[in-house]
Design a protein around this ligand. Structure first.
Ligand SMILES: [Zn+2]
Length: 148
């Protein structure tokens, strides 16, 4: 397999997660959902869709996309996702609890992401902050992780 022959799922890993979405709803196609941003280069129109595409990028190991959608002030220098590493988390699903647009350039998204790591199931509950840059693209800034 060459670097350009990327493995892509038919169904989007994010499941089309949204605050009022039921788990029984059929997931969207990757090419109609996060694939438009991760592979297509389109700008996510809001922080909710950006957050979903970043979840999908974690699932797919798209470190480059994660860097591109991270505010430069907070983006870690050593960001490199290796999904084939033995200790890499296996992401199981995304649930969006809340999407709060605050103004034209700030928004928050509260989510729960489930994953397996080291043989155990985990739950990441985070309230993430996003800003929109002068290029009109939304980017992740940081987040507060909740224990509940
Ligand atoms: Zn998606």
């Amino acid at each position: 397999m060459t670097a350009s022959a990327k493995q892509r799922p038919v169904e989007c890993p994010c499941g089309g997660a949204a605050p009022n979405r039921r788990n029984t709803d059929k997931p969207p196609r990757f090419s109609d959902c996060c694939g438009r941003y991760i592979d297509g280069g389109a700008a996510a129109p809001n922080a909710l869709e950006l957050m979903r595409s970043r979840y999908s990028a974690y699932v797919l190991g798209e470190s480059h996309y994660l860097r591109d959608t991270w505010a430069p002030q907070t983006c870690p220098a050593d960001l490199d996702i290796d999904i084939s590493a033995p200790d890499a988390p296996r992401w199981l699903g995304l649930q969006i609890k809340r999407f709060s647009p605050l103004d034209d350039t700030h928004a928050e998204v509260e989510f729960v992401a489930r994953y397996k790591a080291g043989g155990r199931a985990h739950r990441l509950h985070e309230c993430s902050r996003f800003t929109r840059g002068e290029d009109a693209r939304w980017r992740y800034v940081d987040g507060d992780v909740s224990d509940r």
